[in-house]
Design a protein around this ligand. Structure first.
Ligand SMILES: Cc1ncc(COP(=O)(O)O)c(C=O)c1O
Length: 385
């Protein structure tokens, strides 16, 4: 990993010390070029599905490569919330079952499960609350997951305090009770290695627009091949069926040469059953370029650098007497550091005026540093604070 070279390809680094990767990651030039090229070709030639469809398929394959999954296990969806909705609408709920989630999850990954309870698909939602140290100890998961648990849904790293979950242990406990395990790795993928096999998740959702530096409008959903049979979506669309135009095209058949079977559409045998209608190709083109960009780096190298830079930040914040809300145990660290601030909106604006980008949160500032950030940028932030 060459940080100097990478920074030359990320235009925002010449303008700002950018520490909001947990909000929106800044695009590298290859992502911008791919999107621009798509726009030009769209302008000049109009529709071109013969070329666009292979891009969709290739982007799925690359996401699989990043996460240790195979092509048939990946669906390309518009955003993480849609991916989680697809799962919620497909799972076989245990009668009188419960759902176990965490208050460190992003709101969608909480709302959606309360909704399932309202719709009568679960008797109980067990929302675990972080302790005073900002974590949910493994014993809490152990205590709350039981044989009536239909599913456990957990964020790999928390958007709110950066705490990293012990996903492998949680998955192991859940599987001992025959519960389905969903991971949202939006704040993990691109920062540290994620591997669906080793992590033991049955499903995984991730967007592109944060740590992966891609555009909004493209996200990916992994579902384990041997669990697909248990997942029966309560919706269907022309791209999610066995006889889809993508399948026709990849078998060298005319995409619209024969009629579709309108009476008996069968869901696709692979994860594409979760794709209902047309993709935002303009986003998927950028997502594919962003995955290619991320795949150039060893993900463990990225994490090593992120920890070095955030350690530097933590040392500086401690010297300033700031209260850090992020758990600092080495096995809990992600790229996010959150600290208390009496006037977050004021601090955010002041930093912005000095070309430093952070995020303002409830009584706190969130700094999310990535593999391309430097200790010098952290020094600039500390001096400004
Ligand atoms: C962990 C996590 N999951 C999901 C989302 C929302 O994703 P989307 O807008 O793609 O639905 C966010 C947004 O910040 C997030 O932090």
């Amino acid at each position: 990993m060459n940080i100097e070279l990478a920074r030359k390809q990320i235009p925002v680094t010449s303008r700002r010390a950018y520490f909001d990767n947990a909000g929106t990651g800044p695009p590298p030039i290859p992502v911008l070029n791919a999107i621009n090229q798509f726009i030009m070709e769209w302008r000049d030639y109009g529709e071109n599905w013969e070329e666009w469809l292979p891009i969709i398929v290739e982007s799925r394959r690359l996401f699989g490569k990043m996460t240790g999954a195979s092509l048939g296990e990946i669906a390309c969806v518009p955003n993480v919330s849609t991916g989680l909705t697809a799962l919620a609408s497909s799972i076989r709920y245990k009668p009188k079952g419960n759902i176990v989630i965490s208050d460190l999850n992003f709101p969608t990954n909480i709302y959606i499960w309360h909704l399932q309870q309202k719709r009568g698909r679960a008797d109980e939602v067990r929302l675990l609350h972080r302790n005073d140290n900002g974590i949910i100890p493994l014993e809490e998961w152990e205590k709350n997951i039981d044989d009536d648990t239909t599913l456990v849904s957990v964020d790999y790293a928390s958007w709110t305090n950066g705490s990293r979950e012990k996903i492998r242990d949680i998955a192991r406990i859940a599987h001992e009770h025959n519960a389905f395990v969903i991971g949202d790795c939006f704040h993990a993928l691109g920062v540290y290695p994620v591997n669906v096999q080793q992590d033991g998740v049955d499903a995984l959702a991730c967007g592109m627009y944060k740590w992966l530096q891609g555009p909004h409008g493209a996200a990916y959903l992994y579902t384990r091949r041997d669990k697909l049979g248990d997942l029966d979506p309560n919706y269907i669309g022309w791209h999610g069926v066995k006889d889809s135009v993508v399948n026709r095209h990849s078998h060298n058949q005319d995409m619209f040469g024969t009629p579709f079977n309108l009476e008996e559409a069968e869901p696709a045998a692979d994860a594409t059953r979760f794709e209902g209608g047309s993709w935002g190709v303009i986003s998927v083109v950028g997502a594919k370029a962003a995955l290619e960009w991320a795949l150039k780096d060893d993900q463990a190298d990225r994490y090593h650098h992120v920890i070095k830079v955030t350690d530097h930040l933590v040392d500086g914040l401690k010297r300033k007497g700031r209260t850090i809300l992020t758990p600092l145990n080495s096995d809990r660290r992600s790229g996010i550091i959150v600290f208390e601030d009496p006037d977050p909106a004021g601090t955010f604006n002041k930093l912005k005026s000095l070309n430093i980008t952070v995020a303002s949160r409830v009584k706190a500032i969130r700094v999310s540093a990535h593999y391309y950030n430097t200790e010098e940028e952290v020094d600039k932030l500390l001096a400004a604070l």
